[in-house]
Unconditional design. Structure first.
Length: 135
């Protein structure tokens, strides 16, 4: 996706956060932000106990504390991999990763490791990208 340099980048807060009829941090909210003319959106990423990156602003989802919950128990939360796949060519994505989430077993001082678990390539930390880069 190319954003014209003649204007500021417009990102929807947690998707279409201003529209209270659409829940924040959902695919519907992200779709609405783009339909409303945003270049993309921002959201928070948290890791479940089993290391699955999910989209959630708060550390709790209902009765569950996300960092101490298996991904299947919060299956209605969008998965980071699904959001990246769906919007990779359609939107600018800005994320904030919760630093207190448990690690996935990879030692990364820059924060939680959000690489594709099937990939051995290092994470590309170029601003605006969250993809595995070839080694």
């Amino acid at each position: 996706m190319t954003v014209p340099k003649s204007r500021p980048l417009l990102l929807g807060h947690r998707g279409a956060g201003a529209q209270k009829i659409i829940p924040e941090n959902t695919l519907a909210s992200f779709d609405q932000a783009l339909a409303d003319g945003c270049d993309g959106f921002e959201f928070d990423v948290r890791l479940t106990e089993d290391g699955e990156p999910v989209i959630a602003h708060d550390p709790r989802f209902g009765k569950y504390k996300i960092e101490r919950t298996l991904a299947q128990q919060v299956s209605t939360l969008p998965r980071l991999r699904d959001v990246l796949k769906r919007y990779q060519d359609k939107a600018v994505i800005s994320t904030e990763c919760d630093q207190s989430a448990p690690r996935t077993g990879r030692d990364d001082p820059a924060g939680p490791d959000l690489r594709d678990p099937d990939s051995t390539a290092p994470l590309d930390r170029t601003p605006g990208r969250l993809r595995n880069s070839p080694a």
